[in-house]
Design a protein around this ligand. Structure first.
Ligand code: PLP
Length: 451
């Protein structure tokens, strides 16, 4: 019945993208694909789906079965959005090459990105991913200040490249996090107001403690080049930072001549219901912003945005070059994504559908004790499962089983966090109220009937 309901919501996805609903696939190819997928995804699902194509907030497997994709901030404007597809293919016919010259597509797009940020952000570096963006942001801070030390928040994830991995201390995403951390990385406590050492009303204690770490570093003769932090605590499942946190730590960093780096790779571009940016919710403005995921709508694209005087200090003695970062195709795709977000009112959709979804999940929390709390805002939410609401013992195995059951019901979901006990909810921004209702109903059913 659920599958039929899906088809009703999704229409005929094959027809929408001009491909027959079922593409015959060779059995051997299928078997091999299944093997590879199982290896990659065993972390998430007992029996991973064999996905072949996407449409809006839906994914379709090799048998034509339709799933609701509730965990995809890469396909920000929905899978296979026709305007994005068209923009990319048209540019492929014209030109796609390295970024040696200032092609019109690239400079127009850089201007457009800069215009979405607060005044003063006038310089954009293009790269191919979130890891490259945070890595470059760190190098930029080091070069601009002539210092080696970086402050980062514990339990965060910023990427897999050398510098971005070094500041990623999330054990779930990087099992080697602690043993490989170089001595230029200095960590402060994870400002997780739900599960961190200060709970609830004491959450505001995190900022003074982080400021103390920064002050001590400076007093010991190692004033940091900068501090990197996600503006929303993504790894923990979309936990908002305590009010005023970023303002306080940014001020401390700047007091000692360092730079504030905002990792907006997860939440940037409309997910919180505003043009951006977690830092706007905090009323704080960073010096360097790293973005990726959503901006490419599925295409590999990342960017670092900063002010000219910071960029100029980095460029002294050399220049930045990424062969395919912000290529003409990437740039027109990025531009189409921005157009769609604006013209289809997707920020508004994130606000309205996100608020409805959060309300419904909180209602579910009154019925099922396993739901410890619901984090987040807009279309960046987290459902944290605990065995005991007082001790907050994480319901890790239950969360994995719940994801498997949801998958059987056609909903793609994934555990996150250092305890893998949070459902991180980040569907494409085009997700409808009807779709999120199907998700909540499925979750209710799983929690009621067993997992
Ligand atoms: N920063 C944050 C907050 C992320 O969540 C991620 C990826 O999950 C990254 C950076 C790295 O991005 P990518 O996987 O595109 O390299």
């Amino acid at each position: 019945a659920l599958a039929a309901a899906w088809r009703e919501v999704a229409g005929d996805p094959g027809a929408a993208i001009g491909v027959p609903a079922e593409t015959p696939v060779d059995d051997d190819v299928l078997a091999r694909r299944h093997e590879v997928l199982a290896e990659v995804q065993e972390h998430y699902y007992a029996a991973p789906p064999r996905i072949e194509r996407g449409w809006r907030e839906h994914l379709i497997d090799v048998n034509g079965r339709v799933y609701l994709d509730m965990v995809n901030n890469v396909a920000s404007v929905g899978h296979a959005h026709p305007r994005v597809v068209e923009a990319g293919s048209r540019q492929m016919h014209l030109l796609n090459t390295n970024s040696r010259f200032h092609y019109r597509a690239i400079t127009d797009y850089a201007d457009r990105i800069a215009a979405t940020l607060p005044e003063g952000f006038d310089t954009v570096f293009f790269v191919n991913s979130g890891s490259e963006a945070t890595d470059l942001a760190i190098r930029l801070a080091m070069a601009a200040t002539g210092r080696p030390d970086i402050v980062a928040m514990r339990e965060a994830y910023h990427g897999w490249t050398y510098a971005s991995d070094a500041v990623s201390t999330s054990i779930a995403d990087n099992p080697h996090a602690l043993s490989t951390r170089p001595d230029w990385v200095h960590t402060v406590d994870a400002a997780n107001s739900y599960r961190g050492k200060h709970r609830g009303a004491d959450a505001e204690k995190y900022a003074p403690e982080a400021v103390a770490v920064i002050d001590e570093l400076a007093a010991s003769g190692r004033p940091p080049a900068g501090m990197i932090a996600e503006t929303y605590f993504g790894n923990a499942g979309g936990v908002a930072l305590p009010e005023g946190y970023l303002g306080a730590v940014y001020a401390a960093i700047r007091r000692h001549g360092g730079l504030a780096i905002a990792d907006e790779v997860q939440v940037g571009y409309g997910r919180l219901g505003e043009w951006f940016w977690g830092f706007q919710q905090q009323g704080a403005v960073p010096d360097i912003v790293a973005v990726a995921k959503s901006i490419g709508g599925g295409h590999p694209l990342g960017a670092v945005v900063t002010r000219r005087e910071i960029a100029d200090r980095y460029r002294t003695g050399g220049y930045f070059f990424s062969s395919t970062g912000g290529s003409p195709v990437s740039s027109v795709i990025g531009m189409a994504v921005l157009d769609v977000i604006e013209q289809e009112g997707l920020q508004e959709n994130a606000r309205v559908v996100g608020a409805h979804l959060k309300r419904r999940l909180e209602e579910l929390g009154k019925k099922h004790d396993l739901i410890g709390t619901v984090h987040g805002s807009g279309l960046y939410l987290g459902v944290e499962f605990v065995r005991d609401r007082e001790t907050l013992e994480p319901a890790t195995t239950e969360t994995a089983a719940i994801c498997d059951r949801l998958l059987e019901l056609g909903v793609i979901m994934q555990p996150t966090g250092d305890h893998q006990n949070v459902l991180k909810i980040k569907p494409p921004l085009v997700v409808t109220r009807a779709s999120v209702d199907v998700f909540v109903d499925a979750l209710d059913r799983v929690l009621t009937t067993g997992y």
